[in-house]
Every structure is written in C-alpha cells, then in structure tokens.
Write a protein of this length. Structure first.
Length: 374
C-alpha cells in the first residue's frame, strides 16, 4: 500500500522496480503466514511466551473482547486486517498493470474479489446491523462495536450498500465523542475513556476513518471528524496532536484529556491532519499520468484553504480552495492549470466493474482457498 501511494505521488517507475521484490515478499507473507489456516482470512496468535497477545494496531492485551467484556483468544481475524490485504492486492494489481504483467494483475484482482465476497458474508451480522470486530479462534463473530470497522471503509472492503449503516453507527453518541470517534463503544462493559484502546480517541485512527467516509461519499461526516481532531489539537501545547487522548464526551465546558504517557509528538498522530485535509479536499495524485484530481467539499467551519508547495512528481502547485454557497471551488495559483481536474473521490476504487468475478470463478477460488493442496 505504501509503495503504491509513493508511486502515485512521484510517478517514479524505477521506485516500484527497485522495491518490487520487497512487495512480493509481503504478498507471499500474507498467503503463507498471515492466513494461518488457509481460509482466506488473516489471523494472528502469539506463539512466544514473551509475545504480545494482540498483534494488530490495537496491540494492548485487553483490546479485543466479546460483548460481555471477556477477552477473545486466538487465532483472531480482526476486520481491518482483511481490509488491508484487500487494498494491498488491488494496489499491487495496478502496479503490475504498469509493469505490463497482466496475468499477475488479474490474479490479484481475482483474489481481492473473492476476499471482498467472503468478508461481507462472514463479518456482516444482519441482526446486529454492523460488521463483526473480529472472528475468534472458532470463527465465531465478535460482535463488539469498535472503531476498527471504520478502517474497513478506508480500505474499501465494506459493501457499498452497507456503508451508510456503518457511518451512521460510528456517528452515534456512544462512538462519536465530539472529540473524535472512540476506539470502543461507551455502551460496552469494558469501556474506559481513559484506557489505551478501550475507549480513548486516537487521531490517526480517526483520520483513516474520515478518509473511508469520504471514499463512500460521506463528506459531511468526514469533515465532522476532521473538526473534532483539529479542535482537540488546539487544546494541546504547540498544537501537537498526542498519540491518543481520553474518549470523554464533548461538552461546552469540557476539553480533551491527554493520555498519561502518550507520545508527543508522534509520527502517525502528526500525519493525521494531512489525511483529514486530503479527505475534505478529495486530493488524488496520479503522477504517472501527470494528473492531480480534486473533489473539494469544505465545511462551513473551514471556508478557505490554500495549499502551497503541493508536489506531483517533479511538479509543484499552489492551489486555493474556498466555499461558494454550498459548493467548493478552487483556483490553481501556481503550476500547470491543465494538470488539475475534478474527479469524484468516491470513484477511487481499484477494482473495475469488468473485473468482478462470475459465480463459477468465485466458487473455484473459494475451493482453492479452503483446500490449498488442490
């Protein structure tokens, strides 16, 4: 995913050629080590007595629990891990298109389509009305409401017809604190607004969720999350976002409480404002083709933004965005005007409609995943 993003920003074909072996090693790891039982999902389980119980971004020992608060034991298949793999396969398919390896590109798209179908069958719970946080060691759904599902919007693995339900659920009061989306629902018995990953708010987590909301067309909700995080930063010394802060409900007289021992500054917290800005402006770099696409939707609390020294490969741009009534307009102040164009951010899907698999294709691939020796 990082290699693809760097290539889109720089247009440097030599970059992907130089790091292709590393990317291939990652793809091999996904199939050989990430999928422990050959069912097509990514699972983890600690084998060392000194190892972490949880090996996703939520790595604290108490971060994955059932609705009654008891801890889930592995192997655990967390929802967002499936999204990361789905996105990685589709991005690498685009890279193989660039390298004229259509066979490899199509194989990865086929794997992604199978994973999309399997994920939306196995993780969605109709009665619960939400996606499972994880599948436990017995492949049973862990139906706790957590922010992890929001990152699945970012990767694009959420079925489009369910995206609105997911966004609405994340914006309910038990999840949306007003200072950001909590890691865990305030209605959960394990909720603690001061605890590391069972109720606190993480800026980087929120930036990925906001990007996901925008990907599915929910610009207002993405902007609301951006307002929360930027507002929280204004209460911190030097506006430096901490690693995390308390998931307390926002009130007229309240303020965000920094987690004791939080890293400040921290790279992924410091990077969050850039992703939040990208979500609101709909920035999409396509340096290989010399295009910078925008789809701005500025909220009323941020009516005017000017980006300076925005890079696209070797090109450099200054662009001003401003609200005009209900619309957001833009003007290229420096750089090639013809290189900047509007394109819907929600269209940034890496799996074209003509790459969707037929039922026989899906059945054949599912058989292969369940019985790798075949």
């Amino acid at each position: 995913m990082a290699l693809h993003a760097a290539w889109e920003a720089t247009g440097d074909r030599a970059l992907i050629e130089r790091h292709l072996a590393n990317a291939e090693a990652c793809l091999t790891w996904i199939d050989k080590y990430g999928d422990r039982d050959g069912d097509g999902f990514q699972e983890y389980q600690t084998r060392s007595t000194a190892g972490y119980e949880n090996m996703a971004w939520k790595d604290s020992g108490d971060s994955v629990m059932y609705p009654d608060g008891t801890l889930v034991r592995g192997p655990k298949a967390l929802c967002e891990l499936q999204g990361y793999v789905y996105d990685a396969w589709l991005r690498m398919a685009q890279i193989y298109d660039e390298l004229d390896n259509k066979r490899r590109a199509n194989a990865l798209r086929k794997k992604a389509a199978v994973l999309f179908k399997k994920f939306n069958e196995a993780f969605w719970d109709e009665k619960f009305g939400f996606y499972a946080f994880a599948l436990d060691g017995e492949k049973k759904k862990v139906l706790s409401v957590a922010s992890n599902v929001g990152q699945c919007l970012w990767s694009g693995i959420i079925a489009p017809e369910r995206a609105g339900t997911v966004v609405k659920r994340l914006m309910r009061r038990d999840m949306w604190s007003g200072w950001g989306i909590r890691t865990l629902s305030a209605d959960h018995p394990s909720f603690n607004p001061y605890n590391y990953q069972t109720g606190a708010v993480w800026p980087h987590d929120n930036s990925l969720i906001a990007m996901g909301m925008r990907r599915y067309g929910f610009a207002a909700e993405a902007a609301a999350v951006a307002r929360d995080i930027s507002g929280a930063a204004s209460h911190v010394l030097l506006n430096q976002l901490p690693e995390l802060y308390g998931g307390l409900q926002r009130e007229p007289t309240s303020f965000p409480v920094q987690y004791i021992g939080a890293n400040v500054p921290q790279a992924w917290a410091a990077g969050s404002p850039f992703m939040l800005l990208q979500a609101m402006l709909g920035l999409q770099q396509d340096a290989p083709r010399g295009k910078l696409y925008v789809d701005p939707a500025l909220p009323d609390w941020l009516p005017d933004v000017t980006l300076t020294d925005l890079r696209l490969g070797r090109r450099c741009f200054d662009i001003r965005f401003w609200r005009d009534g209900d619309k957001t307009r833009w003007e290229v102040l420096k750089g090639n005007h013809d290189a900047v164009a509007r394109r819907s951010y929600a269209s940034g899907n890496y799996l074209p409609a003509d790459e969707e698999l037929s039922a026989p294709d899906l059945d054949e691939e599912l058989i292969r995943l369940r019985h790798p020796s075949h």
